[in-house]
Structure formats: C-alpha cells, structure tokens
Design a protein around this ligand. Structure first.
Ligand SMILES: C[S@@+](CC[C@H](N)C(=O)[O-])C[C@H]1O[C@@H](n2cnc3c(N)ncnc32)[C@H](O)[C@@H]1O
Length: 255
C-alpha cells in the first residue's frame, strides 16, 4: 500500500502553484456530478445572457468555463493560477471543437495578476472565495471590477459565514472505475480565525485500500454583509437577493 501525504498549506498569502497537487486527481471524479447540476442551476441563465464576455474566476478543472462556452456566444476568460487544476482544464478544452476553443482564453494567473480590463459583462466566482484570506479577497474584488465592463455583474458563491463550532466530517461520493473504487471525506474544524479543511482520499480494490492521500486547505469565513461592504469598496454594488442565497450578485456601476 502506498501512503502519501501532501504538504499542508500552512500560511498561504495566495494559493501556491502546487495547490491541488493531490486533489486534482480526485476533483472531477468525486465532486463533478453534484457540482455540475449545481453550477447549471446557479449560473446558466446569467452566462446565456452575456453580451460581451464571461469571466470564470478560479476556473479549476473548467466546469463553469465549459458551461459558459456551450451556453453563450461570447468570448470566455478562464482564470486559473494552479497548474494542477489548469492541466485537466486544458485537457477538457483540447477535446472541444475549434469553433468553441477560438472563444476561450485561459489565463494562468491569479485574477489580480492577469491584467484583464473590461473583458466581460458576466463574471462567475464559484467555490473559490472561501479559500482566499481577506487581503487576497479584497484584491480579487478590485481585479473583478476592472475586468468587468460598466454595469457588468459578478456572481459569487458565498464562503461559510462563520467558523464551525466543532470538527465535522463529511463523506464524498464514491465512484467505481474498472476494478477500483474511489472515495474520500472532508474534515472541517475551527482554527483561530480560519477553517481547516482536510481532504482525505482513498482508492480500494475488493475492499482493500490500495492508496491514501490527503491535502489540507484553509478557509476564511465571511458573512454576506461583510462581503457586500468589501465589494462596495471596489465599486461593486449588491443586486437584489437571488433565488438561491448561496450566491451573491453585485453589479459594477454604470459609466
Ligand atoms: C476549489 S477550486 C474551484 C474551481 C471551480 N470554480 C469549481 O467550482 O470547480 C478554486 C480555484 O480557484 C483558484 N484560485 C485561487 N485564488 C485565485 C485567484 N486569486 N484568482 C483566480 N483563481 C484563483 C484555485 O487555483 C482553484 O483552482
């Protein structure tokens, strides 16, 4: 049995280039099905209505990017700094027709280093903000405001509003690929002002564990009200509450 553990990311100012080095292998396998449905429900209508461009902030393996390409007719900008997540994103894009790939550009940077100006009227930031410490989060809002055209909208999936009281463990779905079964769990616990999220993965054959891996991420809680204040400081004003309160919509002021 091979037991490997990834280095924990203890004090990231921003996520390192090696972030997701362990999780990338399991990300689509264990989380894609559930998240695909969620992403469509949360953002499909918004990206379908885009007239200038769609910006996918923290594109990961490309779920929002792909949906944006298929549902819109405008250029799509996928911003993804972590090589390990960009690799499956590129593989996913490589399998598409040239008609689709001419419309997508992958920016291998954090958004505030990508230098994007007025490229989109719809920006989506799904499952990304929780992992940014407050200073990086604020830098992100200013970069989003610059990347949006006047009146452009940002849809952001809210991070946890507060620290959890106790340690909790949630099982990830299991998947069978050939002889092997893949699965894992996420353990979250409070740690001063942050949330420690440890992802444990396993691969089994006939009930025997072949290998285990783990990767730890840190999350910073922030309430909807706190985010609205931060976003306003960057010139992004809250829109009326959406059907799903997990997402906050804000708009860049007009010209
Ligand atoms: C948990 S993943 C989610 C990926 C994708 N949005 C999804 O839901 O499947 C968060 C992603 O955000 C990226 N990220 C972190 N900081 C970023 C920043 N400042 N700008 C753009 N992307 C960032 C990470 O590299 C990571 O791939």
């Amino acid at each position: 049995m091979t037991v490997m553990s990834a280095p924990s990311i203890d004090h990231p100012g921003r996520e390192s280039q090696d972030a997701y080095a362990v999780s990338a292998e399991f990300y689509d396998l264990l989380q894609a099905e559930r998240d695909e449905v969620r992403v469509r429900a949360l953002y499909r209508d918004d990206v379908a209505g885009a007239r200038v461009g769609v910006l996918d902030v923290g594109a990961g393996t490309g779920r929002v990017t792909l949906m944006s390409l298929l549902e819109s007719r405008v250029p799509v900008h996928a911003v993804e700094p972590a090589r390990c997540m960009r690799t499956p994103l590129m593989t996913r894009l490589a399998s598409l027709s040239a008609e689709l790939t001419t419309r997508v550009t992958v920016h291998p940077y954090a958004l505030d280093e990508a230098g994007l100006r007025a490229v989109a009227d719809v920006a989506v930031c799904h499952n990304t903000v929780a992992c940014l410490r407050p200073t990086s989060r604020r830098a992100l809002w200013h970069a989003v405001a610059e990347a949006l055209v006047p009146t452009g909208a940002l849809l952001v999936q809210l991070p946890p509003a507060r620290l959890p009281r106790h340690e909790t463990t949630r099982a990830l779905p299991t998947r069978k690929i050939g002889r092997h079964e893949y699965g894992g769990s996420i353990m979250t616990s409070p740690d001063v002002d942050r949330i420690r999220a440890r992802f444990d993965y396993w691969v089994r054959e006939s009930g025997r564990v072949l290998r285990r891996h783990d990767e730890t991420f840190w999350m910073w809680p922030a309430s909807r009200t706190e985010l609205i204040v931060e976003l306003e400081e960057a010139g992004l004003v809250a829109l009326p509450e959406r059907r799903d309160p997990a997402v906050l919509a804000v708009r860049r002021a007009g010209p």
